[in-house]
Design a protein around this ligand. Structure first.
Ligand SMILES: [Zn+2]
Length: 491
C-alpha cells in the first residue's frame, strides 16, 4: 500500500480557458482520476487565474503515480500567488453555485468576489434587488467591527442580509444570539469540482448541511430545509442584556399604563412600569418585564428580585428594560426599609391583611394559609367548585380556564384600581390579592388540587362589576375604553 501525502504547497487549483476566466477547477489528485478527467476534457487549458490572485500564466497538469497530481507553472514563471491549495478557488465555486441558484429561480442578481485585504478569495457577495436581499459568504477572517461596518453598508440597499461563514467563531456565535441560528459554508472535492454545502447551526440542533443546489433564495433570505425547522422553533431572538449584580427591589408605579411598543420582543410576559432600586444605586423609574405564569405585581407593594435580574438593551437605541424571572413580595417591615413604601396614613384592616404578605409567589405555605383565612367568602365558591368534581382531566382544564379568566379579570381591574372610591377599591384590592395568592399557589402541582379557583374568579367578577358601577362605565366597554376613562377620571 503506497501512502500518497497531500502536498499543499503545489498549485492545486486553476481557471479554465484564459487568465481572466472565472471558471474554476481543482485538479484531481489521484492519477486514475486525472486520466478520466483528461479523457472527458481534452481541450481544457489551465491558467493561474487573475481571479485566484495568480500571475495569469498558463499551467500544465502534472500526472504523478507516487505523489499527488498538481498544476505547474512554466519553468521561468514568476508567481506571487499565496493561496494554492485545495480550497484556493472556493470563492469561484461559490460564485458559480450562487449564479446557478439565481438562474434556476429566475432571479436577476449580482454575484461578486471580494478582496478584503488578503486576496480575491476573502468573500463572495450576492445582491438580488428584486427581493432586496444580500448574502455574504465570509471565507476569510473578520472581526466584529468589520462585520458591523459591512452589515451597516448592506442595510442601505437591502432589507436583509444573510451571513454565511466558512469558520466557526465569535461572529457565528454573535449571529446565533441575534437571530437564533448561524449559517456556515463548506466545500467538498468531487473529481475536478468543489461542491458547496450550506450548514445551519442553532442551539439545540446539530449542525445540518444541505447542498447549495437544494437551497433557495427567498424574500426572507437563503433557505435550507433544516433552516425552515429552526426558524419555526426559534421565533424570537435574544436581546442583548447585562446582569444586575446584587439584586434589586421594585414597586409598581400606581395607575401607570405601559405603552405596547418596546424595541424588545418580550413574548407573553408582564410588562409594568415600576420604581426600581438596584443595590447601591438611586431609584429609577423603569419598565420591568416579568414572567406571565404568576400574577403581575401590584401597586402598593414592594418586591425583591434576589438574583437573575438583567437589563435588556436595544442595539443602537436608548431603550432598556429590566427583566427578572423570580420576585418576592416583601413584608411591611422590609418594604418600609427600602424607602419605596410606607404605611398608609389611613390604614384599613382589609388591605393590611393581604397587602404585604411575604413571598406571595414562592412561599406556598403562606399563600395557602392566606386562602384558608379568608373564610367569610368561602361560601360563594361552593356551587362552582362542586361542578369540578367529575374527573381529574376535566378539573385540570377547568383550573386552567379559571386561571386564564382570573388573569384576564385582574388585567382589566388593575388599570381601574387607582380611580375607584375607597370602598370599591378595597373590594377590588381584596379580590386581586386573593386571586394572586391562589394563582401563585396553583402553579405548584400540590396547590393545583385545590378548588379555590371558582371562588376567586367570582370575587374578581363581582369586583369588576362594582368597579364599573363606581366609575359609571358601560358593562360592555372595551378594555382600552375603560382604561382611558379611568385615566380621564383620575387625571
Ligand atoms: Zn502563477
Amino acid at each position: 500500500m503506497t501512502y500518497v501525502s497531500l502536498d499543499h504547497r503545489r498549485v492545486q487549483t486553476a481557471v479554465i480557458g484564459d487568465k481572466y476566466s472565472g471558471d474554476p477547477v481543482i485538479l484531481p489528485m489521484d492519477h486514475h482520476e486525472l486520466d478520466r478527467w483528461r479523457k472527458l476534457h481534452p481541450d481544457y487549458t489551465y491558467w493561474c487565474g487573475i481571479q485566484l490572485g495568480g500571475c495569469g500564466g498558463e499551467l500544465s497538469d502534472r500526472r504523478y503515480t507516487d505523489k499527488v497530481c498538481h498544476f505547474a507553472h512554466h519553468p521561468n514563471a514568476v508567481c506571487h500567488r499565496t493561496a494554492n491549495g485545495e480550497s484556493s478557488a472556493d470563492h469561484l465555486f461559490i460564485k458559480r453555485g450562487m449564479e446557478r441558484l439565481l438562474a434556476r429561480q429566475g432571479l436577476r442578481g449580482k454575484v461578486s468576489t471580494r478582496d478584503l485585504g488578503s486576496g480575491p478569495g476573502d468573500a463572495v457577495d450576492v445582491f438580488v434587488p428584486a427581493v432586496r436581499r444580500r448574502v455574504r459568504f465570509q471565507l476569510g477572517a473578520l472581526d466584529y467591527l468589520a462585520w458591523r461596518r459591512a452589515a451597516d453598508e448592506f442595510a442601505e440597499d437591502a432589507a436583509g442580509a444573510d451571513w454565511v461563514f466558512a469558520q466557526d467563531g465569535p461572529l457565528t456565535h454573535e449571529l446565533q444570539y441575534r437571530q437564533g441560528y448561524s449559517l456556515r459554508v463548506r466545500l467538498s472535492t468531487h473529481g475536478g469540482e468543489r461542491r458547496v454545502h450550506i450548514g445551519v447551526s442553532a442551539q439545540g440542533h446539530p449542525l445540518q448541511w444541505t447542498p447549495l443546489e437544494e437551497c433557495t433564495l427567498t424574500p426572507t433570505g437563503l433557505l435550507t430545509p433544516p433552516l425552515e425547522t429552526v426558524r419555526l422553533s426559534q421565533a424570537r431572538h435574544r436581546a442583548a442584556s447585562f446582569p444586575v449584580q446584587g439584586g434589586l427591589v421594585f414597586a409598581p408605579v400606581p395607575g401607570s399604563e405601559v405603552a405596547e411598543e418596546t424595541p424588545f420582543d418580550l413574548g407573553e410576559r408582564h410588562l409594568i412600569a415600576a420604581y426600581v432600586k438596584p443595590v447601591d444605586s438611586p431609584v429609577v423609574r423603569a419598565l420591568v418585564s416579568l414572567p406571565s405564569d404568576a400574577g403581575a405585581p401590584l401597586a402598593g407593594h414592594v418586591y425583591r428580585v434576589p438574583d437573575g435580574a438583567r437589563v435588556l438593551v436595544a442595539d443602537e437605541d436608548t431603550a432598556w428594560v429590566v427583566t427578572a424571572e423570580r420576585y418576592i413580595r416583601l413584608n411591611a417591615h422590609e418594604a418600609q426599609r427600602t424607602g419605596l413604601w410606607s404605611p398608609s396614613p389611613a390604614p384599613t384592616a382589609d388591605c393590611g391583611r393581604t397587602a404585604l404578605r411575604p413571598g406571595g409567589r414562592i412561599d406556598l405555605t403562606t399563600a395557602a394559609s392566606a386562602d384558608d383565612s379568608s373564610g367569610s367568602t368561602a361560601k360563594a365558591g361552593t356551587a362552582a367548585d362542586s361542578e369540578a368534581q367529575t374527573g381529574f382531566a376535566k378539573r385540570q382544564t377547568e383550573n386552567r380556564e379559571r386561571r386564564d379568566r382570573a388573569r384576564d379579570l385582574i388585567s382589566q381591574l388593575r388599570p381601574l384600581e387607582g380611580a375607584l372610591g375607597e370602598a370599591v377599591r378595597k373590594q377590588v384590592t381584596r379580590a386581586i390579592n386573593g386571586a394572586e395568592l391562589w394563582l401563585a399557589a396553583v402553579t405548584n402541582p400540590r396547590g393545583d388540587a385545590s378548588n379555590e379557583g371558582g371562588r376567586h374568579v367570582r370575587q374578581l367578577e363581582l369586583a369588576l362589576r362594582a368597579a364599573r358601577r363606581d366609575l359609571k362605565l358601560d358593562e360592555h366597554s372595551t378594555y382600552s375604553g375603560t382604561s382611558a376613562q379611568a385615566a380621564q377620571r383620575k387625571g
